[in-house]
Design a binder for this molecule. Structure first.
Ligand SMILES: Nc1nc2c(c(=O)[nH]1)N[C@H]1C(S)=C(S)[C@@H](COP(=O)(O)OP(=O)(O)OC[C@H]3O[C@@H](n4cnc5c(=O)[nH]c(N)nc54)[C@H](O)[C@@H]3O)O[C@H]1N2
Ligand SMILES: Nc1nc2c(c(=O)[nH]1)N[C@H]1C(S)=C(S)[C@@H](COP(=O)(O)OP(=O)(O)OC[C@H]3O[C@@H](n4cnc5c(=O)[nH]c(N)nc54)[C@H](O)[C@@H]3O)O[C@H]1N2
Ligand SMILES: [Mo]
Length: 554
């Protein structure tokens, strides 16, 4: 998030929630937003094809057709420009490329947008007025925006909207993607991406590689020493998860070390994923439970749960938070970081890469996670001042926090953007990869429910949760149910070009006619048997939100 949960919840005059089931998937922040609407009259526009819980609190719910977000956002910006509601001084002083952007937006007049999105013209005007005339306005989104082949373009268009209205760099505004997992922000910050070291320092930069090479006692690139090739740090951008697993069948991936992921449940097109794992030469899985993926592992390494570890998680608002070991390590399990260090040591011992042992961080001999944090402080500018000692003393730190004296940064881009001026991007609507047709006439969207967590390894072991939500349910609109002759608790079979699942129907107007909604929490009826691996070309995220399906009484 460019902003913080507190300033958004306390200071925004309006919220625009687009593609985020906020109260079910981010219940704490969801409750804060609900309170802001109820207690201080903040306005709320929700754009979501489904009638999710937060829509009950909405000033206006735009129930647009899935996969038409760009048309919708451009349509709203057209009206903002038509009415002269844009923030001219912000556009002049802080941005560039406005004219080119405007030329694109002019192709999205309300009548055209209404046809593409299925949102009536009057509602477009109403929404534009609420989000433009209540300032500051905060945009909030999650997977409903990103899990599309146009995920990156969707996000850029929301950034366009916030620059157009001058809502960047102020409390109560901003672009606020809600990060899903407790530490997914931290994982990205720590270089858990194929193209960067910590804090987005590119692997392609010679200067960056030199810095890490010096710290780790390695070479910054391949070199020949005494007739032997020393690999050194690689300047090649690696693969994403959605490339690594299919890469097995293409002969590009021979071995995988998977930590805390259950791709057999969570990656698209499960049949294909299983086939990939059946073909892999060597699979190591570091887990806390024998997951669906464990069946394919050559080696299982027992990691520890959050309750058994000390370290930090970085949450969606860039706040680094201390987690303390609450219970002793169970059984043969070991700290996840300790296991990784043991593997790294053995790998290093077996290579011809030179390790200069006088380098400050060469040995993989950390005594605890605070020693790891010291290395992070030394090599990661935005985490330079975030130490366990400060966090233990109760400081609430959000990166960037470059020095020990720095108080952290609750709101980003207050004076300028990272690149200087904010660049408006002309973004056009692109239809989804799969469209309903005669064979697969309905549209399936996928996601989660309040009571379960992804592949369900943890939540399906919780008795209380299973009592409330014990099996996969497929949301079906009452009109479609009637056409199919469904009654309460009927089972439906949902079929896509990849496979089929059968599960109990939940007949509800949460979904519009023509659309069903399924989750991937239960192995016997996981939505990913049906999803497809069409990827966003930049982020390589799959289009989990739009699948053409056939739905029948099972
Ligand atoms: N209980 C629970 N909470 C969780 C998780 C969990 O598994 N269980 N997972 C966590 C993780 S990792 C994540 S990433 C987040 C995900 O959090 P969210 O993104 O909020 O959850 P999703 O269920 O993926 O779906 C988001 C919304 O997008 C809508 N949507 C579908 N298609 C479109 C579209 O084309 N356009 C728009 N605008 N909206 C669309 C759906 O109707 C849905 O309401 O949740 C986190 N929180
Ligand atoms: N169809 C469809 N598919 C989706 C999505 C969707 O909306 N629709 N959403 C996608 C998204 S946003 C996400 S984030 C992914 C999530 O996909 P995954 O990350 O694969 O799902 P999880 O079930 O959270 O898997 C985490 C595994 O880690 C284990 N684990 C938990 N804690 C620890 C720990 O401390 N150490 C170790 N070593 N292991 C641990 C758990 O037992 C679990 O098996 O799913 C994606 N897949
Ligand atoms: Mo996620």
């Amino acid at each position: 998030m460019s902003n913080s949960m507190d300033d958004v919840a306390k200071e925004a005059k309006a919220f625009f929630i687009i593609g985020s089931n906020t109260t079910e998937q981010h219940p704490v922040f969801g409750a804060m937003l609900r309170q802001a609407v109820r207690q201080r009259g903040a306005k709320l526009v929700v754009a979501d094809p489904r009638k999710i819980d937060i829509t009950e609190f909405a000033t206006l719910h735009l129930r647009h057709r899935p996969g038409t977000d760009i048309a919708l956002i451009n349509g709203l910006m057209y009206i903002i420009l038509e009415k002269g509601w844009e923030n001219k001084s912000f556009i002049d002083e802080r941005t560039e490329n406005f004219d080119q952007f405007k030329a694109t937006v002019m192709n999205y007049p309300p009548d055209v947008v209404a046809k593409t999105t299925n949102v009536p013209v009057e509602k477009l005007y109403e929404a534009a007025e609420i989000i433009a005339q209540n300032s500051p306005m905060a945009v909030i989104w999650a997977m409903g925006i990103t899990q599309h082949i146009v995920g990156v373009r969707n996000v850029m268009d929301l950034a366009n909207l916030q620059m157009l209205l001058g809502n960047m760099g102020k409390a109560g505004g901003g672009v606020n993607p809600l990060r899903g997992q407790n530490n997914v922000q931290g994982a990205c910050d720590m270089g858990g991406l194929p193209n960067v070291y910590t804090a987005y320092q590119p692997v392609t930069s010679e200067e960056v590689r030199e810095k890490f090479a010096r710290a780790w006692g390695l070479d910054s690139g391949p070199r020949t020493v005494d007739g032997k090739t020393v690999r050194g740090l690689s300047s090649t951008v690696g693969a994403t998860v959605t490339e690594m697993v299919p890469g097995i069948l293409e002969g590009k991936t021979h071995a995988l070390y998977v930590l805390g992921e259950d791709p057999v449940m969570s990656d698209p097109d499960t049949k294909h994923i299983r086939h990939c794992f059946e073909s892999i030469d060597f699979l190591v899985l570091q887990e806390i439970f024998p997951s669906e993926t464990a069946a394919y592992a050559d080696v299982l390494l027992p990691g520890v749960t959050f309750a058994e570890k000390t370290g930090t998680f970085t949450n969606t608002e860039r706040r680094v938070q201390m987690v303390r070991k609450a219970i002793p390590t169970q059984g043969d399990a070991r700290d996840d970081w300790w296991i990784t260090c043991q593997i790294a040591k053995r790998l290093l011992a077996g290579t011809s890469d030179r390790v200069r042992s006088d380098a400050p961080y060469s040995g993989w001999d950390y005594v605890d996670s605070s020693a790891i944090m010291s290395e992070i402080n030394a090599l990661t500018p935005s985490y330079g001042g975030i130490t366990h000692a400060r966090l233990e003393a109760g400081e609430r730190l959000q990166w960037p926090c470059p020095t020990l004296e720095h108080p952290g940064t609750p709101v980003l881009h207050t004076k300028q953007f990272t690149r200087g001026k904010g660049k408006f991007m002309p973004i056009d609507h692109v239809p989804p990869a799969e469209k309903p047709d005669d064979d697969y006439p309905m549209l399936m969207s996928t996601g989660r429910v309040l009571y379960h967590w992804h592949g369900g390894q943890m939540t399906r072991r919780a008795k209380g949760l299973m009592e409330v939500y014990g099996e996969a349910l497929i949301e079906v609109n009452p009109n479609d149910a009637e056409k199919m002759g469904l009654i309460a608790k009927s089972f439906v079979r949902v079929t896509s070009r990849r496979g089929n699942i059968s599960a109990q129907a939940w007949v509800t107007d949460r979904v519009p006619p023509g659309m069903v909604y399924a989750n991937f929490h239960f192995p016997n009826a996981s939505a990913n048997e049906l999803t497809h691996a069409s990827l966003d070309p930049v982020a390589k995220i799959p289009e989990y939100k739009i699948v053409a399906v056939k739905v029948e009484l099972a």
